[in-house]
Design a protein around this ligand. Sequence first.
Ligand code: ATP
Ligand code: MG
Length: 280
Amino acid sequence: MEKFTITQLERISELGGDSSLTEREFTDKTERDLVFRQAEKDLVRACRGRIKELLMDKHMTDSVTVGRTLEKWLIDQDYTKVVTPTIITRDMLAKMTIDEFHHLSEQVFWLDKKRCLRPMLAPNLYVVMRELHRITNEPVKIFEIGSCFRKESQGAQHMNEFTMLNCVELAAVPDGQQVDELKRLARSAMEALGVGEDEYELVVEESTVYGSTVDIEINGLEVASGSYGPHFLDSQWGVFDTWVGIGFGIERLTMALAKSKTIKKFGRSITFIDGQPLHI
Ligand code: ATP
Ligand code: MG
């Protein structure tokens, strides 16, 4: 019995072929190569069709649509979009307790001694929400969507540059109601994205950076992490009220919705567009 070669399997996966094809067995190599060539042809035709549809009809990749759907969902609930720098300082990062002793510190891209590419949106959002609350003395609801950078050992679910959408509300819920509010937000976000109640799970986890967190998982894949305060980091930032926040991984959500196993098809890329390979 013959199975597809590793190179053939890689090509099939790149083209979006599924297990009904990859698990096939053949009597000899000639038959295998014949089936491969025909399957490749069919898959390429399908990919070309989807790229044409994107250019002529959709005009927005699924990742962009996921981000925009969540942005609209937040703005409809009176959240304000903020835009902050991608480059942050060593001091800002240290306030997240990400110093040389923290495991995330290994993942930081340093530009020079004092500056790095942000691995998360939280440091900037801490400052902006604190200042807005100080100025208005009202509850503050803000969000940011943008690139975050982490050195990852390049699994199928991680990229060095990915898009995070982080929403946060400060002084908006009474103490004791943070977890309920987190769950409400998470469910409401899934509804906005059209993810059915039986298609995701809310999982409570312990994290060294955020204390206790509420994760959203789709088929066991973490697509978002929610956390809340009062929190041990708050005093460093001059934050003393309750807060609730969720960070969504936009490409993670997109790959989960597409039931894909590879995230890089949905991230910033010059080899893929909207899940389709350009090498066809
Ligand atoms: P994981 O445990 O999957 O590595 P994390 O818990 O370290 O993720 P968070 O800091 O909670 O990640 O970030 C919020 C969200 O951002 C995650 O739920 C995930 O959807 C997304 N995310 C985090 N790291 C990456 C990455 N390297 N590539 C793509 N998406 C990511
Ligand atoms: Mg997480």
